[in-house]
Design a protein around this ligand. Structure first.
Ligand code: SAM
Ligand code: 2KA
Ligand code: SF4
Ligand code: MG
Length: 242
């Protein structure tokens, strides 16, 4: 039986980001990423700092853990990382979750396609803007989005770009223009991922949110865009596992 490298199972909590923000959900966080974004708020998934906490679990072991923590208080599971789309055998977990009548969401940056992506109810693809210092392979992203749309998954799909500055905003605009038929979100970037003073953090994040709203309001290429903060950060700050 192929295993899944798991770093965290937590919840129920609310989805703090993107297309189903506010949705009550459990989280499974896988280890490993093909990127190393300068501002990654989950760098422990790939920088080696949590390597001793990685557990190799089967799909049914992950399900058991979800049930242990969530009981009967959930019907939605979000799989994030790291990049969960690096894992071909995650398909087994997705099939099991579907069998258990769970809705399943995935967070990925769009760098790697898997066939099981067509089975996801809420799929967030989050290409990385220049501030991350990563470079998007648009051929791969085109392939992923074309394939998903061809498979009839347009309604389950969204793009979400994290924005820190006006260069990122230009990138977000270009991504939205390239895929005009995909629901599009911009999200406030958190520059203070190590800040433990929540009041200070919230003030900065709300100011950035207002700045981002103002930018989108003025932009005639962004009329069908949703502007969101990271809701979980406003509620719980930089705490892990919420
Ligand atoms: C930790 S990533 C894991 C999934 C996948 N690797 C990705 O980046 O889409 C989950 C989400 O958090 C966002 N994110 C990471 N660091 C952030 C930060 N400092 N501020 C705002 N969003 C951040 C990512 O852009 C992504 O949308
Ligand atoms: N509540 C909550 N919402 C989230 N949305 C995306 C998350 C992630 O780290 O992928 C996340 C997370 O870690 N917590
Ligand atoms: S792609 Fe996602 S998990 Fe990977 S480094 Fe960037 S934000 Fe972090
Ligand atoms: Mg997060």
């Amino acid at each position: 039986m192929k295993k899944i490298p798991v770093l965290e199972v937590f919840g129920p909590t609310i989805q703090g980001e993107g297309m189903v923000v506010g949705q009550k959900t459990m989280f499974v966080r896988t280890a490993g990423c093909d990127y190393s974004c300068s501002w990654c708020d989950s760098a422990f998934t790939w920088d080696g700092s949590a390597k001793d906490d990685i557990r190799q679990l089967t799909a049914s072991e992950v399900w058991n853990e979800l049930k242990e923590q969530g009981g009967t208080r959930f019907s939605h599971v979000t799989i994030s990382g790291g990049n969960p789309a690096l894992l071909a055998n995650l398909g087994k977990l997705i099939d099991l979750l579907n069998e258990k009548n769970m809705k399943v969401a995935i967070e990925t940056q769009g760098s790697k396609y898997q066939d099981w992506l067509t089975k996801i109810d809420d799929l967030t693809i989050s290409p990385k803007p220049p501030s991350s210092r990563m470079t998007t392979d648009f051929e791969k992203l085109d392939f992923m989005i074309d394939t998903l749309i061809q498979a009839g998954r347009q309604g389950s799909l969204s793009l979400k770009v994290v924005v820190f500055d006006s260069v990122d905003l230009k990138f977000a605009k270009d991504v939205h223009k390239r895929y005009p038929n995909v629901a599009f979100y911009v999200q406030v970037g958190n520059e203070d991922i190590h800040e433990s003073n929540d009041a200070k953090l919230i003030k900065v994040l709300l100011d950035k949110y207002e700045w981002l709203i103002d930018q989108v309001i003025e932009e005639d290429d962004m009329n069908d865009v949703r502007v969101l903060p990271q809701l979980h950060t406003l509620v719980w700050g930089n705490k892990r596992g919420v």
